[in-house]
Design a protein around this ligand. Sequence first.
Ligand SMILES: Nc1ncnc2c1ncn2[C@@H]1O[C@H](COP(=O)(O)OP(=O)(O)OP(=O)(O)O)[C@@H](O)[C@H]1O
Length: 626
Amino acid sequence: MPTPIPPSITTFTTTQLTLLAAELAAETAQSTALLASTAPSALARAGLALTNLTLASQRTGLGGRIVLELEPDSAVAGAEGELPEHGLRVGDIVAVQAQPAGAARKKEKAESRERGVEGVVCRVQAKSVHVALEGDEVEVPGGKLWIVKVANDVTYKRMTYTMKDMNRLSEAAYTPVMRVAFGLSSTSPVPSDVPVPTWLDPTLNASQKEAIAFALASREVALIHGPPGTGKTHTLIELILQLVQRNQRVLVCGPSNISVDNIVERLARHKVPLVRLGHPARLLPGVVAHSLEVLTRTSDAAAIVADIRKEMDAKQASLKKTRNGRERRAVYGELRELRKEFREREKRCVREIVAGSKVVLATLHGAGGFHLKGEKFDVVVIDEASQALEAQCWVPLIGAGKVVLAGDHLQLPPTIKSLNMKETEPKGAKGKEEKGKKEKGITLETTLFDRLLALHGSSIKRMLTTQYRMHEKIMAFPSQELYESKLVAADAVKAWLLKDLPFVDDTDDTREPLVFWDTQGGDFAEKDEDDTQATTLLGDSKSNEGEAALARLHVARLVEAGVSPADIAVVTPYNAQLAVLARLLKEAYPGIELGSTLFPLDTCCLGLESPLSSRPHVGTQSTWQR
Ligand SMILES: Nc1ncnc2c1ncn2[C@@H]1O[C@H](COP(=O)(O)OP(=O)(O)OP(=O)(O)O)[C@@H](O)[C@H]1O
């Protein structure tokens, strides 16, 4: 394949700005239309909303944010007071609104639907959902409430700023990473005589060691290609520890919170001075202790902030006691002053904590926040890099001296919403220029990982080849079709079967690692989703009752043989089929995991889960590129 001609940074950034604007417009239009035209009950059925909630409690959470605990109204709660099935997840941005009653609900029009108070879902329990509100002066609506997931444009803003910043750079200011990424230089040759590192983790396999040694020795760019279950994260942990040992300062990023938290959890065990940036509501519980917000309370530097926080809490509490407008305004005024002082002090404290951390971890867009302004890092490590837009990667990379990207370009790329938008042929000189951009292949779905690989070839990449997740018969097909038959199943997993689990019987279903059930023929008719509202929500979806019944039968047999429902997952490419499966399986087998192969249930609907916002982790076995 001929080496593609890379775009100039100016062409790249200008085109990205246009493409990002189109993507944001597509996403906003979809989500606005959906929220405006769909009744709360339909949004709830689609997993995007929870209706009939009441306020159980209100407290001051991290960073002085107000946290609401919402419970189902006693009239509609399940037998145990539980919330109905829903797709809201920690980290989702939601609007909290007063629920329109009876006739008002029917009359509700797009323009009358306000977004209400916004917040981040910070805890989801069987009987309640907690929302940390955004903003300082928020009036919580009274009465019956409902919450609905809304789109989030912070990621776009960060990418847009970054593209504009890059666009303004003079050529003399281009970093070595930029020069390599845009074909102005080749990567520096990796010396062949670098000493083998003293490994901290004795379990590393040969391909992992080679990838780490290569990443350590590379000067500008290194790619680590990790097919599913090959220990990409495992490898990155050792790499980060090795870098810290070499006294390097490291910024670790991923496209989603979960990708970053996975690393924080594993890295924290090694007692490295680290800090995790990001809204604590979006972090895994085990990670919150390392978040900047918690460190600003618990570290030595935190004392200067503590007093003022106490005073603010007391003022906030006094607000609840007064309904008098003038008094409330006065308290708001005092709170505003206190907050100003609080932020000043917090800024100083934050600066100290960040400067003292050898490893800083954030989402790609989180790295664009003010906390990292002026901070310098020797290496930026990006995990799940093939799930991230290139513009997103440049947020932490703009000043980076070196980058290590880990990912798998053979799994699905990030989802782009504006892809199917109608394009008009540009004309004249402008047309030529536009056409030129396309020829240079600037698209949103081409990732930095893809582009670097195409530009510099596989010499800048090392592949992890031993996988620790699948029986070798399950691995055989993807290995052969996608990974040039290079995957090897680790001894521990290559022959494992369900029947080998404790308390599981040896049956036809537990003895085989991979079973195909042929459903061709007249008995398994497919149904296209024909309910208009459901179609809007579920997209062009299909279902098949017969196949769902077969899946249920198989699950029943596995459970009968002793497999725990909590160890079973059923996946399908169609969201309509997911709904059928949920009906058949959820109640009969609590704990069973159901999902669409491409997106978890909560991301099935239009416009509300941006691939550009914190994207949930998608099960890798099911996302090989098709
Ligand atoms: N060298 C090793 N020896 C033993 N087990 C390993 C080794 N490397 C990875 N594993 C195990 O393999 C599994 C997958 O590892 P990890 O989560 O790091 O992989 P990954 O490639 O990041 O996964 P994903 O497919 O989700 O991207 C984990 O259970 C991990 O403990």
